[in-house]
Design a protein around this ligand. Structure first.
Ligand SMILES: [Ca+2]
Ligand SMILES: [Ca+2]
Ligand SMILES: [Ca+2]
Ligand SMILES: [Ca+2]
Length: 258
């Protein structure tokens, strides 16, 4: 019982101390787009939290980032505006996460007070789809049958949702059309190849995102048509002596048959 009572008193003291040192209130949230220029007003935090603007300087109001030295925004002590202080790049901060929230704190002194601020950073379409290479080489044997599929590595776009890659376009041609694989786009053979009439094909593949304005990235697909043994040998110049022998043999056979 003694242990429990001591523990209870300690807990109460710590709780009271904490209460005296900090008044922590619930989150306040702002939602805005990434890459806004320095000085852009996110909102008026003094008004939204009901803090007297005239006390901000006296109480040394400042904005901190939870668990980091980085300062993404600051407070205008004259009017209570929360403004962008540094580049806020959604891709750099949150990668491919669907939601990007920066936890900030408004600190005030006399009395010490902490207000939590959540900044919801929305994506803008500031990245284009990109292929890993500018040129993709594919070798295809001329014996490949119609419908054969050849995977091409997908394009990547650092943005998310509709701002990422949404579709592909293949340069119009008679030999291939585009199919969709599990993790790739595919060239599908639409017309059989013949190396003896066409040895190489170059096609432009374009990846498009769904942003506004729309952005795109391209890659050249260079196809080399490989030989298959699909022709019987023929003499292009039949020697004249062979012709004489053949005529002689034919004449003898005709004589025997008669
Ligand atoms: Ca960005
Ligand atoms: Ca973006
Ligand atoms: Ca994009
Ligand atoms: Ca051939």
């Amino acid at each position: 019982m003694m242990v429990n009572a001591t523990f209870g008193i300690h807990t109460l003291v710590v709780a009271l101390l904490f209460f005296c040192l900090y008044f922590v209130s619930g989150d306040i949230s702002y939602s805005f787009t990434e890459e806004m220029r320095h000085g852009t007003v996110i909102g008026n935090i003094a008004k939204d939290l009901g803090i007297d603007v005239n006390t901000l300087s006296l109480r040394k109001a400042r904005i901190d980032t939870e668990g980091s030295d980085k300062r993404f925004c600051e407070i205008n002590l004259r009017n209570g505006d929360l403004i962008v202080a540094e580049r806020i790049d959604r891709e750099g901060l949150c990668g491919d996460k669907a939601s990007c929230v920066l936890k900030q704190e408004l600190m005030l002194e006399n009395p010490l007070e902490l207000q939590r601020i959540s900044l919801h950073v929305q994506d803008i379409n500031d990245n284009s789809p990109q292929f890993n290479k500018n040129l993709i080489h594919i070798d295809i044997r001329e014996s490949a049958s119609k419908g054969a599929r050849f995977p091409i590595e997908e394009a990547h776009d650092a943005d998310i949702g509709k701002n990422s890659v949404q579709s592909y376009n293949l340069q119009t041609n008679e030999y291939f059309f585009l199919g969709v694989g599990t993790n790739s786009v595919e060239l599908v053979l639409n017309k059989e190849l013949d190396r003896e009439t066409l040895q190489e094909i170059s096609l432009l593949l374009t990846a498009l995102d769904g942003g506004s304005p729309q952005r795109s990235g391209t890659v050249v697909i260079h196809i080399t048509v490989l030989d298959a043994n699909d022709n019987v040998p023929v003499f292009s110049h039949w020697p004249s002596c062979y012709t004489s022998i053949l005529l002689l043999l034919t004449a003898q056979m005709l004589t025997i048959n008669v």
